[in-house]
Design a protein around this ligand. Structure first.
Ligand code: GLC
Length: 564
């Protein structure tokens, strides 16, 4: 167990992630905005969460919805102005809420003035802000790109007869961190926002920032899977350490890195406090559990197993048991809705599975991250036609399959479970047109189930709603430090229907039972020493029966017991 004196606000806080484009539109253009977030601050506060993580709000041509930044110090006009931002921050401070911004510095937009200068001539002072491969050296060694329709991360640029590197879309050129000027620019950007009073950064694909700039041919062992190669850049830790020393250590802020490719063996290199790098990071082991190997966007043919789900979480808990700190999430703007993915969004199991997943996230060690709408159990939209999609990832992959003459129906079927747009549909505030998100047609379709009780207003009025359960469960976590800091012990790892574990801190001991089954399920816990098990919260209406140490759970039941 970690020392009590080491406890930090970002360990005890609960994060609420907002995708601003989809949260609340106040200008009636079908796009959410900062005034919309301001309008909903009391609601956010009422959830009991402490920290808001805002997806990018900077000026951007929106090739990848703000992850392609053209000016790091300006607000995207669609979202409002810097004055709106300042008001938002002020409103948050007044309510005791902290603000974490998205820092996207692996790449910029190709419309950023640095890149516009860089591509002008080979001797432009900004040339070395990016990675260029002169065409006279031949075709550059293969690099894979997430969003490119030709499947390559090198884009030929006629003006200077050279290729530039882009791990994401052609409009997202990668920055050259080797260049000390680039690193200074990034430090200045961070200071700019910290000096405004921002409380931290979620650092986009931070594991990709360092590249071997000789650009060797890809070593054999990485063929078919570029991600680990991209996340093993030679100077990654040097750069993170420098950011910490020069900027982060000077403020009381939090950092959470997005770290594709980083496995258990490397975890502490990032978050062991003594190393001075990051506070937390998002690993991808859970996000790849229901995907084909090395295919982050392709659903796995065989269903995922609960024993595998437990294994991922137990291993990650263990790695941070003594040092470092974990982050817990079940969905975000890049992955489908948690209840549709890890629970069951059918009418009969939706309530129980949504609340069961809340119970899970709020009884695990590590900072919990909730994604807007998760508190009311928003579900995947499962679009039937490519014309409904807005995400560059789905649209470009469709184009590739079309070019190759592949199976487009199978692709659309896959996207119903995998597409990022499932998680980006507008927030469901009430049962009025467009779910109270906007008076105009939203940029992305609203899920029709806002008319069937999946909206905030309906759930506010119903004491037995997913929303009320969420608030109650938040309070259970906050009033029991054992649920935040206590030791985690997995029970019956092989059980494929029930996830059972204890959390223990000193004399306080809790037993968490979660059913992931559509049938009633039993579990025997003879190995746990206790005389009484008193339920402190449950999503089941009847008191669940247990005789001695055998518990029987209704489908997707979640119950937390205090043990004596
Ligand atoms: C991260 C973001 C994702 C974005 C990508 C490129 O994975 O979460 O939304 O598309 O980086 O910036």
């Amino acid at each position: 167990m970690q020392q009590i004196t080491d406890r930090k606000w970002w360990q005890e806080g609960i994060v609420y992630q907002i995708y601003p484009r989809s949260f609340q539109d106040t200008t009636q253009n079908g796009i959410g905005d900062l005034q919309g977030v301001i309008k909903r601050l009391d609601y956010i506060k009422s959830l009991g969460v402490d920290i808001i993580w805002l997806n990018p709000v900077y000026e951007s041509p929106n090739d990848d919805n703000g992850y392609d930044i053209s000016d790091y110090r300006k607000i995207m006009p669609e979202f409002g102005t810097m004055a709106d931002f300042d008001l938002l921050l002020q409103g948050m401070k007044e309510r005791g809420l902290k603000l974490v911004m998205d820092l996207v510095v692996n790449h910029t937009s190709d419309e950023h003035q640095w890149f516009e200068a860089s591509r002008q001539s080979r001797d432009n002072p900004y040339r070395d802000y990016y990675h260029w491969w002169p065409a006279e050296k031949g075709t550059p060694p293969k690099r894979w790109s997430y969003f490119d329709v030709d499947g390559t991360a090198w884009k030929y640029d006629e003006k200077t007869d050279a290729y530039y590197l882009h791990y994401f879309s052609v409009k997202q050129p990668d920055l050259n961190w080797e260049n000390p000027k680039v690193r200074e620019e990034i430090q200045d950007i961070m200071k700019f926002w910290f000096d405004k009073g921002v409380d931290g950064f979620r650092m986009d694909v931070i594991s990709f920032i360092s590249k071997d700039t000789d650009f060797p041919e890809l070593p054999k062992k990485y063929e078919g899977d570029f991600v680990p190669f991209y996340s093993e850049g030679p100077k990654l830790h040097e750069y993170l350490n420098e950011l910490h020393q020069k900027v982060l250590s000077k403020y009381d802020v939090m950092t959470v890195g997005e770290a594709p490719g980083i496995g258990l063996d490397k975890a502490l290199d990032f978050v062991d406090a003594e190393r001075g790098e990051l506070n937390m990071f998002f690993h991808f082991d859970l996000m790849s559990l229901d995907r084909e190997a090395n295919e982050v966007f392709l659903m796995r043919k065989s269903p995922w197993k609960l024993s595998e789900f437990k294994k991922v979480h137990s291993a990650w808990d263990k790695v941070f048991a003594e040092k470092g700190w974990g982050s817990m999430y079940l969905n975000n703007h890049d992955f489908p809705r948690s209840v549709s993915r890890w629970g069951n969004d059918s009418v009969s199991h939706w309530y129980n599975s949504a609340t069961m997943l809340h119970t899970f996230l709020l009884t695990m060690r590590g900072t919990p991250y909730f994604y807007y709408g998760e508190e009311i159990g928003m579900t995947n939209i499962k679009f039937d036609a490519i014309s409904e999609y807005r995400d560059i990832n789905t649209i470009n992959r469709y184009e590739i399959i079309q070019k190759e003459g592949g199976d487009l129906d199978a692709f659309i079927e896959n996207e119903k479970s995998a597409s990022r747009d499932n998680a980006r549909t507008p927030m469901q505030w009430d049962a009025t047109a467009h779910s109270g998100f906007s008076k105009e047609r939203p940029w992305l379709k609203v899920n029709d189930n806002y008319q069937e009780g999946i909206n905030v207003a309906a759930q506010e009025a119903d004491r037995l709603s997913v929303l009320h359960y969420f608030r109650k469960m938040v309070q259970v976590r906050k009033s029991n430090p054992a649920l935040i800091h206590g030791d985690y012990e997995l029970l019956r790892p092989e059980h494929e229907e029930i996830y059972a574990y204890t959390r223990t801190l000193g004399q306080d001991r809790f037993l968490v039972l979660l059913s992931f089954s559509t049938e009633r399920a039993k579990i025997n816990l003879d190995m746990v020493a206790f005389d009484t098990a008193t339920a402190i919260i449950s999503n089941a209406s009847e008191a669940e029966q247990h005789q001695g140490k055998t518990f029987e759970l209704v489908p997707y039941q979640a119950t937390v017991y205090r043990l004596r």
